[in-house]
Design a protein around this ligand. Structure first.
Ligand code: DX5
Ligand code: ZN
Length: 223
């Protein structure tokens, strides 16, 4: 397993009136991915941004756009995000009628495919698609909002994904999203997570780059 912790700051907690500046700041400060939270007011009780913003971000991004789709109907709208320039697209197992097909179509477009699970969905739900994904995203809060508290049971779920992957002889990146900060990052890193999403802990900090690098350092020390 790759032993580097990759940081994916979530722009959900950035200042939307200065989104470009926020993205430039963290990418120049060493971020590995820009995490883009897409919400539809239907699958989750909040609404955020869509393809036009992904397209605009693509113009300034020097690192991959990690697009997290918290939307119903991803089966067909996923194409919009691929065309907008998403490098990695993660769909929810709970929101796709044809999960296997969606994941295949993401890869067919040349992007990396991710599958995500809400805290209440058993890890076994992704058993049959694990071999066709590049990333598994374990939600450590119920999706919809930034700034929520980390659900401690997520640590065991990360372990479960890691052991299921080992059993199948595959090694998708394990990403964790929700309530990640310098306290929780080491817990999930020790369990096998390698990509850490952090929204409020980065963008609500006085120095976002410092905060991001502190989280990475804390996680790296726990591996
Ligand atoms: C939540 C989103 C997260 C969110 C994380 O539904 O998927 O990416 O921005 O925010 P924090 O890090 O504040 O929990
Ligand atoms: Zn997210």
């Amino acid at each position: 397993m790759d032993d580097r912790i990759l940081m994916a700051p979530s722009i959900l907690s950035a200042d939307f009136t200065a989104l470009g500046d926020a993205v430039r700041e963290v990418q120049e400060g060493g971020a590995d991915f820009i995490h883009v939270d897409v919400m539809d007011g239907h699958f989750v009780p909040n609404m955020t941004i869509g393809p036009p913003v992904v397209k605009a971000l693509k113009r300034i991004a020097t690192i991959p756009l990690d697009v997290h789709l918290m939307i119903d109907n991803a089966d067909w709208t996923v194409q919009w995000y691929l065309e907008a320039g998403a490098d990695l697209v993660t769909v929810h197992a709970e929101a796709c009628d044809h999960l296997h097909r969606v994941l295949q179509s993401i890869r067919a477009h040349g992007a990396k495919a991710g599958v995500s699970l809400n805290p209440g969905t058993p890890v076994s739900a992704i058993e049959d698609v694990l071999s066709i994904v590049d990333l598994v995203l374990i939600m450590s809060v119920n999706p919809g909002f930034g700034g929520q508290s980390f659900i401690e049971g997520s640590i065991d779920r990360v372990r479960e994904v890691a052991s299921l992957s080992a059993e199948q002889g595959v090694s998708p990146l394990i990403e964790v999203d929700g309530g990640i900060d310098a306290r929780t990052a080491p817990l999930v890193a020790a369990a096998g997570a390698r990509v850490l999403v952090a929204g409020s802990a980065v963008f609500c900090a006085e120095d976002p780059v410092q905060a991001m690098n502190d989280i990475r350092a804390a996680a790296s020390a726990a591996m």
